[in-house]
Write a protein that binds this ligand. Structure first.
Ligand SMILES: *Cc1c(COP(=O)(O)O)cnc(C)c1O
Length: 375
């Protein structure tokens, strides 16, 4: 019995091995390991891809979020509204600048922020909205931007899981003030190590992010603020430049895999499949379904039964952020965000990568059906 992994990066690499190998060896031979020409070439290509006037490369998606917050001069006493159902980095960067994350519950269908609840969370301390395009599913940016404009709030899009996704034909990261991208290997556009970028609408905010990124300096060795060091390595930029050219094809491959899952799963009443909202292109960083009658223990039992058959799944995310020990001090008790809490008990992310075969998908779904029936 072969194992079906949640993600397999080796097959994709095999298809571009020669190209990537040459590009990496060129960087190694050039000696320009920091800020080599490939970094600027990638920045130009990436901002054209996203459709944003500015792009700042950095070391990770986490740094991209942090730099956006710093560029807006958000700090102690300020609040930023975000989702409790996301990777920790989203809220963590808000805390890292000294501000307070204010959570709003999610929409059970998309797992993204519930746009009906944002306005009630806005106070005079609110300084930004930070929506997350979770699992590759775009937030309804028409409605989100309407709220942002009405309250004059900047928008920082967490695009880490959604590179290439679109809302009404526009790519995520081009509609808010900032788009924050991760090139962590498992993301839709992933490097061979860490990497990140922010797309920025206003040149002055891009410049502010660049200053923080470079130790708070505009002119080398003169420092006007406390910054950090965050760069995209030349080697990573060279690899990402190549991979960007394949991204749409790979996202299309993920879509094909998702559509096959939808069909195979349709007869299983215990499962609610994820779907792309009208007017959007979902890029399926994860195929996250919901076992809508299950408790957390039942979901975990199904997951373990799949694992026993060699089918490896993931739970993103088992504990919503408002119940993480790090945020206990914020005082959100049980029931604060019922949808996020229920999602964390019921979600299951199936194996998802463009090279997954129909036979493997059938094995996943039959295995899932058997695991559910065994309960
Ligand atoms: C991966 C991820 C990040 C952080 O990106 P890194 O490159 O790992 O720092 C931020 N937000 C979300 C939603 C992510 O999935």
């Amino acid at each position: 019995m072969t194992t079906i992994p949640p993600l397999d990066l080796t097959q994709q690499y095999a298809t571009i091995e020669a190209e990537v190998g040459t590009a990496v060896l060129d960087v190694l031979a050039s000696g320009r390991y920091i800020n080599g020409p490939q970094v600027e070439e990638f920045v130009q290509a990436f901002k054209a891809y996203v459709g944003s006037p500015e792009c700042v490369a950095c070391n990770s998606g986490t740094d991209a979020l942090y730099l956006a917050l710093r560029a807006l001069e958000i700090g102690p006493g300020d609040e930023v509204i975000t989702s409790p159902f996301t990777f920790i980095a989203t809220a963590e960067t808000i805390s890292a600048v000294g501000a307070t994350p204010v959570f709003v519950d999610i929409d059970p269908n998309t797992f993204n922020l519930d746009l009906d609840q944002i306005e009630t969370a806005i106070t005079e301390r609110t300084k930004a909205l930070m929506p997350v395009h979770l699992f590759g599913c775009p937030v309804d940016m028409t409605r989100l931007m309407a709220v942002a404009v009405a309250h004059r709030l900047p928008v920082i899009e967490d695009c880490a899981q959604a590179t290439g996704a679109t809302w009404q034909g526009q790519r995520v990261g081009s509609m808010g003030d900032f788009g924050c991208f991760s090139f962590f290997p498992s993301k839709n556009l992933g490097g061979c190590g860490d990497g990140g970028a922010l797309t920025v609408r206003l040149p002055e905010l891009a410049e502010a992010a660049r200053i923080v990124r470079e130790h708070g300096s505009r002119v080398k060795y003169y420092h006007e603020s406390v910054g950090i060091n965050s760069r995209l390595d030349t080697v990573q930029a060279a690899i990402l430049q190549i991979k960007l050219r394949y991204l749409d094809r790979w996202n299309q491959g993920r879509t094909t895999v998702a559509e096959r899952y939808h069909q195979l799963l349709a007869p299983i009443d215990e499962v609610i499949c994820p779907s792309a909202p009208a007017g959007s292109t979902h890029v399926w960083n994860q195929y996250t379904l919901r076992l809508h009658q299950a408790t957390g223990e039942e979901r975990d039992r199904v997951r373990a039964a799949l694992q026993a058959q060699g089918i490896l799944t993931m739970v993103y995310y088992p504990l919503p952020l408002h119940h993480q020990p790090v945020y206990a001090e914020l005082g959100y008790g049980p029931g604060s965000f019922p949808q996020a809490e229920q999602a964390s008990q019921q979600v299951l992310s199936l194996p998802m990568f463009p090279e997954l075969t129909p036979e493997q998908q059938e094995r996943v779904v039959y295995g899932l059906k058997a695991a559910i029936l065994a309960g």
